[in-house]
Design a protein around this ligand. Structure first.
Ligand code: XIL
Length: 375
């Protein structure tokens, strides 16, 4: 961003801050569009994209936030409620009430819903860790059957496997350790996809991974591991339709737009679509000055989305929250004891639901793609 740009953008931001929650549409920039066109969802649609957010209990506890989600989004995903440890925290018997409530909200708002995530080697409850390998194998099948059949026809997509890789676990192939991997080896991945496809032939099946945008040792290790896995699954005719890339952006690590775009193109060459599934910007390494910090967050959104959206196979951009009021980084900051001095500002809207520079950066990246020839 040049100095002049920065001033221009700052002026526009001044027009955005301090808005009442009811006036989002009317007060957003660029009167060239009708009020309804002034949403991220509408601007994404013109670029051939879905735009959405993760949702959790805030959508039924906070009507103003719920209205913002309905207004801005064209797709939603659970932050937690459909995860294994949320459905079955203490034993095999699942409690679907939290998950159900989110899906009801999404359906009432006409938002296609993504289920996240069927199998993840992180956050496995203790009772599973106490099972034998063959019991874990049976449980994997039974879990997928029960959950996917129950919601068959209602899910736009399922994250079938989340975060298969964790180089720090020092496994062959860089696989993440955990109950499912320990019982079944890397074969748990193929097994889960085949099982999910049989249970809901219509849902798009997603392999979701983190860290791929990082231009450091971790990113350089995870990218080829993921690409190789996708190739092997596709070669074996496994029903894999989409690669999800989380994109919890971390400005403390380098990002190389050409490397990232090339990586996305090589995934796309395997015949999958790409969703950016958990977009936000960790602002903990940025300036303490609020304006500089917001500008830094916006800049990282702009750099990342400019590269990612140049790839036609990218079909969805899903933010990990819309407002800084409900970001998971608040919980992390609370645990770290930094929440009071430095509330995180990783998302498009501030805690009072006023759009920030980040909103403009995301909207402009959608507009640029809409004008380009990638579709
Ligand atoms: C996070 C949720 O947002 C938090 O509320 C929860 O405490 C932990 O999980 N990668 C993922 C998501 O795939 O499921 C995580 O969500 C964020 C990192």
């Amino acid at each position: 961003m040049t100095g002049t740009d920065k001033v221009g953008r700052w002026d526009r931001r001044q027009a955005l801050v301090g808005l009442g929650a009811s006036s989002f549409s009317a007060a957003l920039p660029q009167p060239a569009f009708s009020a309804n066109d002034q949403t991220l969802g509408a601007r994404a649609a013109r670029a051939g994209l879905m735009f959405g957010t993760c949702i959790e209990q805030e959508v039924y506890e906070d009507p103003v936030y719920a209205a913002l989600v309905r207004e801005q989004c064209t797709i939603a995903v659970n932050a937690n409620a459909f995860k294994f440890d949320w459905l079955r925290p203490t034993g095999r018997q699942a409690d679907f009430s939290g998950a159900e409530r989110l899906l009801d909200f999404a359906e009432d708002a006409s938002l296609p819903f993504r289920g996240h995530a069927l199998v993840w080697n992180d956050w496995v409850p203790d009772w599973v860790k106490a099972l034998s390998k063959s019991e874990v194998e049976t449980l994997l099948d039974a879990h997928i059957d029960e959950v996917v059949i129950r919601y068959s026809g209602r899910m736009q997509s399922w994250d079938v496997v989340n975060e298969p890789f964790a180089p720090w676990d020092n496994q062959p192939g860089q696989y993440r350790k955990g109950a499912w991997y320990d019982a079944l080896g890397p074969g748990y991945i193929e097994r889960a996809f085949r099982r999910a496809a049989a249970a809901d032939p219509k849902a798009r099946l997603v392999l979701n991974e983190a860290f791929c945008e990082r231009d450091d040792d971790l990113g350089r290790t995870v990218r080829p591991a993921l690409l190789d896995l996708v190739k092997r699954l596709k070669d074996a005719d496994v029903p894999l339709h989409v690669v999800g890339l989380q994109a919890h952006l971390q400005p403390q690590f380098a990002f190389d737009d050409a490397v990232y775009a090339r990586f996305l193109e090589s995934l796309a060459a395997e015949g999958v679509d790409i969703y950016l599934t958990e977009l936000d910007v960790d602002d903990s390494s940025l300036s303490a000055d609020l304006n500089e910090r917001d500008a830094g967050v916006a800049r990282r959104y702009a750099d990342f989305l400019t590269a990612a959206l140049s790839v036609a196979a990218v079909k969805a951009v899903i933010a990990w929250g819309l407002s800084d009021k409900y970001t998971w980084y608040r919980d992390l900051a609370r645990t770290a004891g930094t929440l009071k001095q430095r509330p995180p500002r990783p998302l498009a809207y501030d805690p009072a639901f006023a759009p920030k520079w980040a909103w403009i950066a995301i909207a402009e990246a959608f507009d640029a793609r809409a004008k380009s020839v990638v579709r």
